[in-house]
Structure formats: C-alpha cells, structure tokens
Design a protein around this ligand. Structure first.
Ligand SMILES: NC(=O)c1ccc[n+]([C@@H]2O[C@H](COP(=O)([O-])OP(=O)(O)OC[C@H]3O[C@@H](n4cnc5c(N)ncnc54)[C@H](OP(=O)(O)O)[C@@H]3O)[C@@H](O)[C@H]2O)c1
Length: 433
C-alpha cells in the first residue's frame, strides 16, 4: 500500500496530540507508520512551541496544503467557524478527504459540507468533534446501524460537568468554580459557549443527524446553560435524591403525514435520580446513553476532551480513511460517508414534554401548598412531589417536581402560580428525567 499523506491545519492542543500519536512508539496498529505528514499549517509560525518537530514541517498558509497534489487528507484542527468552513469546503473541492474535530462548523454547516463531500466523492470524518476521545460518531454511523435509535441522553460538555460536580461535592460558588476551571485549563478564556449550553447543543445536533438520518436546524434547539444554577437548587436536589447535570436530550417522536420524523431535542440543566447511571458521571468526563431497538440501552463513557483523547479520535479517523482509500475502489463506502436519508423536524418548544423542578419562594402561610397544587391540577399538570424545604422570617421555600408534561401546560401553570398573592418569586426552574 502506498503511504497516506496528510496535511495538518492547526497545531494547538489537538494538533500537537495528533503529531505525538503519529510519532509514538506505543504498540499501535502497524498501518500507523504509513501515515506521512506533508506539512503543518499554523497562524503564527514564530510562536515558541513546547514540542520538538521533525524537519521544517511548519508553514503559515493552510491553502498550500490544500493545493498540494501530494496531500490525500486534510486534518482541520484550528477551531472557529468561518476560516475552518472555507478550509474544509476547499479541501473537499480539491478531492481531499477531511478529518475535523470542529463541532461548531459541523453543527452549523454539516448539510453543505456532507453534500460537497458526496459531490466530490470524498469523506469528511468527525469522530473528535463530539465527546473527544469517546468513540460515538463511527459507532452511530456503522456498528449501531442495524438498530433503530430511539433516544440519546448525554453529558457531553466537560467544562460544565466539572463546575457542577465541584458545586455539588464542595458546595462551591458558581463564579469561583468557573475561575478555577479556567485556571486548570478546563474552561476557555471566554466560557460562553460552554456555560450557556451552545457547545452541548452543537454536539447533540451532530449526533441527532447521524442517529436519525435527517438534517437538523441547529438554531431551533431549545438551549439553557448552567449560569443561573443556585447552590440551593443543588442542595435541595440532593436532599430529594437527585444530582444536577447539564444534559443533552434527543428523542424520536413520530413520523408525520409528510414522512418527516419529529424530534424532541433540548439542552438543559437537569435533575437526574441518583440511581441513574448518568448521575455518576463526574468531573470533566462525558457519557452518552443510547436507547435503541433491538439493542436496548448502552452507555459510552470516558474523557470528553484533552489533547491525547481527542487526538486519538482524529488519528482513528485518519486510519479509517487510509484503509478505505487504499482499497482503490471507485464507489464511496456508504457507511464511512454520511448522507441524509430522511426528513426531520424539531418539535416546537411548547410541545416538548418533560418533568420539571420548580423552587418557589412564598409567604409562610397555611394553605399555600394546596393553592399551588390546585393550579397545577387545573392545568392538567400532575405532581410527583411538593415539599416545603425551608422556612425562615415568615418565608417558605416550596419545591415542586412534576410528572412529564408539555412545556405549554407547565408554563401556563407557572404564570398563574406567579400571580398568587402568597408567591414572592419563582426562584428557579430546572428539567428532570
Ligand atoms: N482541546 C480539546 O480538548 C478539544 C476537544 C474536542 C474538540 N476540539 C476541537 O478541536 C479544534 C482545535 O482545538 P484546540 O484546542 O487544539 O485549539 P488551539 O489549542 O487553540 O489550537 C488552534 C491551532 O490552530 C492554529 N490556527 C488558528 N487559526 C489558524 C489559521 N487561520 N491558519 C492556520 N492555523 C490556524 C493555531 O495556530 P498558532 O499555534 O500559531 O496560534 C493553533 O495551532 C477546535 O475545533 C475544538 O473545538 C478540541
């Protein structure tokens, strides 16, 4: 077999990890030695780097690698959206397969990128884009393909999971914990995409498309982050037998008359019963639980980021490509490639159905729990539990957990409860599974 020649674009956390694996003396599959790096493009060629590089591999023009006829595969690990999208599309048009770790680009421009890959008869592989080192993309595309996927629930952002774990175990303050996460390198300088849930929404959008086969409008995913979580909610959730985690949820609903599959997708901080396997996923780890027929339930768990684990996913994509490209067949492997095969749509926010947690601050007067319960009942919302957890200075804190109910009915009840004269404030609202 001839060598597989790659151009790496980006030499930061992931790019350097890829280089280290390709040069590693570890006992890895022998085809690894057939991967040859033609060049590595970076932004600032004069930057001091904590790694020794062979030859003069560094260049500062990524398009030189795309235009180089010797290069078979482009590895895009620069991040961001605009330049990365341009690099990926131009590589595909130059008939080079692409390996990328970039969830932001794939979640937003996946349709255009997958169809361009199909048009030019090349592949775009994305194993590292979701859950870093955990193999989830290729299993969804290949090993699980004989199943109907029914539901996926996951903890797929390490930064927020680190923060929530620390807040739970050490009763630590949110802002202080975020600062610590930044200091330890678990949160970026601008943590917005992580703490507001956008990174999680990008990832569940990618997984949903692979699992259910249709393009998803990323911007329609109802997304809430962890910024408003109060330490009190964590304490109360623990008292009631739950942990709080930022969850990504994606479930098949039904196929409508137009043959379009409706999907229930959301990202939100969520109470998880302590008996649930996801409640044990702590720190920067990720996990995704998949429910499928006839398989049943499986959970994939492990490091969701970091140089080594993420680079291992990138290199496994390179090896898969090499194996496929070296077969020298003219038709493209339909399972390694990805193409949409159905129409999907996300259900409206008001139709999303889930369990809810509500913390209400009200005056400590007799009968208030009854009034709240009556208003829920009037709106057809059934309650799993309603308890008064704290009372001081004539004020009471009431926590309600509902059974599964549509957002529409729940929001209507909430508005009416807010109007009760005894209610001072609806202090927080979270989802539950
Ligand atoms: N870090 C993780 O644990 C992780 C996990 C999963 C997925 N990812 C994804 O992997 C991708 C890369 O992340 P990272 O953490 O490795 O980023 P990073 O450490 O910030 O490295 C980015 C690299 O890209 C280079 N670069 C930026 N703009 C460029 C341009 N216009 N032309 C050429 N090179 C350019 C930078 O060059 P200089 O070195 O000269 O500045 C740097 O080497 C992102 O999409 C990220 O979401 C990361």
């Amino acid at each position: 077999m001839r060598k597989c020649k790659i151009g790496i674009i980006g030499f930061g956390t992931v790019g350097k990890g890829v280089y280290r694996i390709l040069k590693s003396k570890n006992d890895i599959h022998p085809i690894l030695k057939d991967i040859e790096i033609v060049g590595i493009a970076v932004k600032n060629i004069n930057k001091k780097r904590d790694i020794e590089l062979e030859n003069n591999l560094l260049i500062n023009d990524p398009y030189k690698l795309i235009d180089d006829p010797n290069v078979d595969v482009i590895v895009e690990v620069i991040g961001g959206t605009d330049i990365a999208k341009d690099i990926i599309l131009k590589s595909l048009r130059a008939r080079k397969s692409v390996v990328t770790a970039n969830k932001a680009v794939i979640a937003r421009y996946g349709s255009e990128i997958y169809s361009e890959a199909a048009k030019y008869g090349v592949f775009v592989l994305t194993e590292a884009a979701v859950c870093g080192g955990i193999p989830i993309i290729e299993p969804l595309k290949r090993s699980l393909k004989s199943n109907q996927i029914n539901k996926m629930v996951g903890i797929i952002n390490g930064t927020t999971n680190f923060i929530l774990t620390k807040m739970t175990n050490e009763k630590a303050d949110y802002k202080e914990t975020l600062k610590l996460a930044q200091k330890l390198g678990f949160a970026e300088f601008d943590p917005t995409a992580d703490v507001e849930g956008h990174d999680t929404a990008d990832k569940i959008s990618i997984l949903t498309e692979l699992a259910f086969g249709g393009a998803v409008n990323r911007d329609s995913i109802t997304t809430e982050g962890i910024e408003k979580i109060n330490i009190k909610d964590i304490e109360y959730a623990n008292k009631l037998g739950f942990e709080i985690k930022l969850l990504a949820f994606s479930e098949r609903n039904h196929v409508n008359k137009e043959e379009s599959l409706s999907l229930n997708i959301w990202v939100a901080p969520c109470l998880i019963p302590k008996s649930h396997p996801l409640s044990k996923v702590d720190g920067v780890n990720n996990a995704i639980l998949i429910e499928a027929s006839p398989l049943g339930e499986i959970m994939l768990y492990g490091p969701g980021a970091g140089s080594g684990p993420t680079a291992a996913s990138v290199v496994s994509d390179i090896l898969n490509l090499y194996a496929s490209l070296s077969k020298n067949i003219s038709s493209i492997d339909p399972l390694l490639a990805f193409n949409y095969w159905r129409d999907c749509h996300i259900i409206d926010f008001n139709q999303i159905s889930k369990k809810n947690y509500l913390r209400i601050i009200c005056s400590d007067t007799p009968g208030v729990i009854g009034k709240i319960g009556d208003l829920f009942g009037k709106n057809d919302v059934s309650i799993e539990s309603i308890v008064q957890l704290d009372a001081s200075k004539n004020k009471a804190e009431i926590v309600v957990i509902t059974h599964e109910v549509s957002n529409g009915k729940f929001e209507k009840s909430k508005k009416e409860i807010n109007r009760l004269s005894e209610v001072e404030l609806i202090a927080s609202q979270l989802s539950c599974i």
